[in-house]
Write a protein that binds this ligand. Structure first.
Ligand SMILES: Cc1cc2nc3c(=O)[nH]c(=O)nc-3n(C[C@H](O)[C@H](O)[C@H](O)COP(=O)(O)OP(=O)(O)OC[C@H]3O[C@@H](n4cnc5c(N)ncnc54)[C@H](O)[C@@H]3O)c2cc1C
Length: 144
C-alpha cells in the first residue's frame, strides 16, 4: 500500500500486474494463494534483515491452468496445451479444488458439503447480476 510498507494487500482485493508478462493477475484462488505465500516470504525475509521494503522482489504469477464449472457435472479446463470439457473436466475440477484446500478437515467438510448440495439441489452460492431495477417492480413507480 503506497506510503505504508507495513501493509500488504493480496488476493481479490489487490490489482496486481505480473512482473514478467505485464498482464493483470486474474482474481482466482491460485493467484490469491500465491500472493499470500509471496507476502509471507517477504515478511519473513524482512524480519531476519535479508531484504528491506525498497529491495523487495516483484511478484511473479505461475499460471497452473484455468478451470470453471458451467453446470451440474459439467466444467471446462485448460491446463497447458490440454483442454477438457464435460464430466471429465468437472471431475478434474472437483478433485483439484478439494486437493488444494488447506487441511484434511476442510477437505472432508467441503467434499461432504458439495455432495449434499448436489444431492439436494440446494444452491451454494448466489450471484446478483444486472440491474435490480429491471426486475423489481417499485410500488411507488407503479402508482405514478
Ligand atoms: C461464485 C464464485 C466462483 C468462483 N470459482 C472459482 C473457481 O472455480 N476457481 C478459482 O480459482 N477461483 C474461483 N473464484 C474466485 C476465488 O473464490 C477468489 O479469487 C478467491 O477466493 C480470493 O481469495 P481471497 O483470500 O482474496 O478472498 P476470499 O476467499 O473472499 O477471503 C476473504 C475472507 O475474508 C473474510 N472477511 C471479509 N471481511 C472481513 C472482516 N471485516 N473481518 C474478518 N474477515 C473478513 C471473508 O469472510 C472471507 O473468508 C470464484 C469466486 C466466486 C464468487
Amino acid at each position: 500500500m503506497p506510503g505504508h510498507p507495513e501493509i500488504f494487500v493480496v488476493g481479490d482485493l489487490a490489482h496486481v500486474v505480473d512482473s514478467t508478462s505485464g498482464a493483470p493477475v486474474p482474481g482466482v484462488a491460485p493467484a490469491a494463494k500465491q500472493m499470500g505465500e509471496f507476502v509471507a516470504s517477504v515478511i519473513r525475509r524482512e524480519i531476519v534483515g535479508e531484504i528491506t521494503p525498497p529491495t523487495r522482489p516483484a511478484f511473479v504469477y505461475h499460471d497452473k491452468g484455468t478451470m470453471a464449472t458451467i453446470g451440474r457435472f459439467k466444467a471446462v479446463a485448460a491446463i497447458g496445451k490440454h483442454k477438457f470439457a464435460g464430466t471429465f473436466a468437472w471431475l478434474l475440477w472437483s478433485l483439484i479444488h478439494i486437493f488444494c484446500l488447506v487441511g484434511f478437515r476442510r477437505r472432508v467438510f467441503v467434499m461432504f458439503s458439495w455432495i449434499w448440495h448436489y444431492a439436494s439441489f440446494h444452491k451454494g452460492a448466489r450471484l446478483i447480476t444486472g440491474s435490480p431495477r429491471l426486475r423489481i417492480k417499485s410500488p411507488r413507480l407503479a402508482d405514478d
